[in-house]
Design a protein around this ligand. Structure first.
Ligand code: ZN
Length: 502
């Protein structure tokens, strides 16, 4: 053994984490640059550089020395502190996966996904599912094999779910979605019988330079440190971060729809606050930033929906909007603004769905993935099943596959089992709120005054500061004494009953 004592071994593992984070930093900046400001003809050169960096990164993750370090530390777990133990656990999960999947299959799969991504884009543009179907078939077959490699004892879809969210199973999700459906569908029906809320004043004309200025002010109001974050413009908004002092969020400006950008900024800003809230000593380690996508979404949606679309925050938000668009918001009250921001209507596209109907979009994807991996649905029948479920859950007719089963990129990237995190995140957020309201009794008063610091302070102390130290289930236990989706249903029922006077 090269390393004499456990401290040296742990330091060597930290060094590995630093090098991996450094390569991710370089690749992340290139990717962000490519998505936002890079000139059109720069793609080939960037792909060349990225190819080399991915090779470096791959070599590093499969370095026998790393495996030796991780497995030797895992054998001496009792001598490590909680944080070190967790570092080893996270890295070991990756190493285990690498040792379980035969190398050539892994490479073939990466190639398949990169081709599938291009084919999916074309299939979506031309609304031609038959073009994408052969690729999806291969991806489903690989994911089934992958599930067996990860854990042959588990049901295949459970093994895939566990990859994205430790311990998540179909039993939990069936109960969760079942409960959501029973709670949400009657609300949607009741709303359909009421006059629709008016959002027309948010869809007039909002010049982009002023929207940009307004977005920066929203970011400041959220408490983001503007020396450590920038706002970029893209087609589909996302967030990426490289270390605790360098975070990038993005948005898309629509001249005729100002709410789209406003809530994108609140959403992505929420991801950023989480990412940047880790303990400083976690920087450049696997503990830095959020671990599971469900918790990440719980934070972004907290700022976007629970705070951003609350009655209390409508006043401060309207004030900011009015500063940049005085004419457009002439005569608009906080109550009118709150209602416009919460208009609920079953629709076709998940990423544009309102807070109430969003989870049902996720539920359709969950049901289909479960059947594909369970072998009870064939790929060729996906469009028909998709359209049937959209009619059943949301009451909408899907006119074509572009607005139906081809709308998301996830399946082309091989990620089956990932979607449920989105819906879980919203439900986690509502449960966090119930505790926060008890811990910070004047939180809504503060929010109504435009002060989000008690909210962010609570989230920081309970969640952000820990980065990836805890798994989602552990966090839910610590903060809420276990996960209970009823809080989410109660939250939605209360909110929409008031909004639509049900
Ligand atoms: Zn998000």
């Amino acid at each position: 053994m090269k390393y004499e004592n456990i401290k040296d071994t742990m330091n060597a593992l930290r060094e590995f984490q630093f090098k991996q984070a450094a390569i991710r930093h370089a690749m992340g900046v290139l990717e962000y640059d490519g998505e936002t400001v890079a000139p059109k003809d720069s793609a080939d050169g960037r792909a060349r550089t990225m190819g080399y960096l991915s090779e470096l990164s791959y070599k590093m993750t499969t370095d026998p020395e790393l495996f030796e370090l991780v497995y030797s530390l895992d054998g001496r777990k009792d001598e490590l502190d909680t944080e070190e133990k967790r570092m080893v656990e996270i890295i070991k999960k990756d190493c285990d996966l690498m040792t379980k999947i035969p190398m050539e299959e892994y490479v073939q799969f990466s190639e398949l996904c990169s081709k599938a991504g291009n084919v999916w884009k074309e299939a979506k543009n031309t609304s031609d599912f038959a073009l994408f179907a052969p690729y999806l078939e291969k991806i489903v077959e690989f994911d089934k094999k992958l599930a067996a490699y990860i854990n042959p004892e588990m049901k295949p879809y459970n093994a895939l779910l566990d990859m994205y969210e430790d311990g998540l199973t179909m039993d939990t999700l069936d109960a969760f979605f079942g409960k959501l459906r029973t709670g949400i569908v009657p609300l949607i029906e009741a709303i359909s019988k009421k006059p629709q809320l008016d959002d027309s004043f948010t869809k007039t004309n909002f010049p982009i330079p002023a929207q940009r200025e307004m977005s920066l002010e929203v970011m400041k109001t959220m408490g983001l440190n503007m020396d450590r974050i920038i706002l970029g413009e893209v087609e589909h908004p996302f967030t990426t971060g490289f270390n605790l002092c360098d975070e990038r969020i993005t948005t898309h400006f629509h001249e005729d729809d100002m709410l789209s950008n406003l809530f994108s900024v609140l959403h992505e800003g929420g991801h950023a606050i989480y990412d940047m809230g880790s303990k400083p000593e976690y920087d450049y380690t696997v503990l830095c930033g959020g671990y599971a996508m469900s918790i990440h979404e719980s934070q972004s949606r907290f700022y976007e929906n629970i705070i951003g679309r609350s009655k209390a925050f409508a006043g401060p938000l309207l004030e900011i909007c009015r500063k940049y668009f005085p004419l457009q918001f002439e005569g608009v009250t906080a109550e009118m603004f709150w209602k416009a921001a919460n208009k609920a209507q079953p629709s076709l596209i998940r990423t544009e769905a309102d807070e109430l109907t969003y989870s049902l979009h996720v539920m359709v994807r969950y049901e289909i993935e479960k059947m594909l991996i369970g072998g009870t649905l064939q790929v060729k029948d996906v469009p028909e099943t998709w359209n049937r479920l959209y009619k059943e859950y949301l009451g909408v007719d899907v006119p074509d596959d572009r607005q139906g089963c081809l709308q998301d990129s996830h399946w082309s990237g091989g990620s089956l089992g990932y979607f449920p995190s989105y819906a879980l995140g919203s439900a986690y957020g509502a449960q966090f709120l119930s505790i926060m309201e008890k811990d910070v009794p004047d939180m809504w008063e503060k929010v109504a005054g435009g002060d989000l610091s008690p909210v962010t302070g609570w989230l920081h102390d309970k969640i952000h500061v820990y980065g990836s130290l805890y798994k989602p289930g552990e966090l839910m236990d610590q903060i809420c004494g276990g996960f209970d989706p009823q809080y989410y249903i109660d939250y939605l029922t209360k909110k929409y009953t008031e909004l639509y006077e049900l």
